[in-house]
Design a protein around this ligand. Structure first.
Ligand code: NI
Ligand code: MN
Length: 226
């Protein structure tokens, strides 16, 4: 399968003929100017929480593509009011098998509201079992003890974690999270997009030196096969 970085916390995963899109935020991201949100394809859109830097392009891409939007109940309910009916509601701890693989909605420690003030439920992440691999997309979150439970119960091949600090974990906490998760491969997200979360990339990688994991920082538009 292939993972492509569209900037901030937005990724696509291509697997078995399906495209999964995570936290669509492209047109409002100055760093993603080379990506055209109007051309992004999706069969499934997974939304971690309601904040604008995760949902700004959600309604337009969901409408255009007809993708199934997988999100917590309150985001599903809000989407229905925006005329998006192809949604699949979940909640924390829930598991569901879709055509591309299995999704568990995981705990995240963060807030969640839409730009219009609507409550977005609690923030979440996703544990994905796809093509025999386990991928953890944490969403925006602090470092939490709950990550130990994920690491104990699953062999996580790749973890996609925030490293920008201020609103979420920084790289030091993400390195600790990698230990909790018992994973060797971390892809960083949620950094450099705005002033509050600008990081030193070399320092971020150094923070992983004793974690047993390596930190991959993808360029926007870059694709890797995993
Ligand atoms: Ni957020
Ligand atoms: Mn965010």
């Amino acid at each position: 399968m292939k993972i492509k970085y569209l900037g901030h916390s937005c990724f696509t995963i291509e697997t078995q003929g399906y495209t999964l899109l995570f936290d669509p935020f492209i047109s409002g991201n100055p760093l993603s100017s080379e990506i055209d949100a109007a051309l992004v394809q999706a069969d499934f859109i997974l939304v971690s929480h309601a904040h604008e830097d995760h949902t700004a392009d959600l309604v337009s891409i969901a409408k255009r593509t007809g993708a199934v939007v997988i999100a917590i109940w309150e985001i599903h309910a809000w989407l229905q009011k925006q005329g998006i009916s192809n949604t699949h509601p979940m909640n924390i701890g829930g598991k569901r098998t879709f055509d591309f693989g299995k999704v568990t909605m995981t705990y995240a420690m963060h807030s969640s509201s839409f730009a219009d003030g609507t409550y977005g439920g609690v923030a979440a992440g996703f544990l994905l079992a796809i093509e025999g691999k386990i991928i953890y997309y944490s969403g925006d979150t602090a470092l939490t003890q709950e990550m130990k439970l994920l690491g104990e119960r699953s062999t996580i091949d790749w973890a996609i974690l925030p490293i920008g600090g201020n609103f979420t974990m920084d790289a030091v906490d993400a390195a600790e999270a990698a230990s909790f998760l018992r994973t060797k491969n971390v892809i960083g997200m949620h950094f450099n997009t705005f002033g509050y979360i600008v990081i030193d990339e070399i320092e971020a990688k150094t923070a992983f030196d004793n974690s047993g994991a390596s930190l991959t920082l993808m360029n926007i538009g870059e694709e890797i096969a995993i």
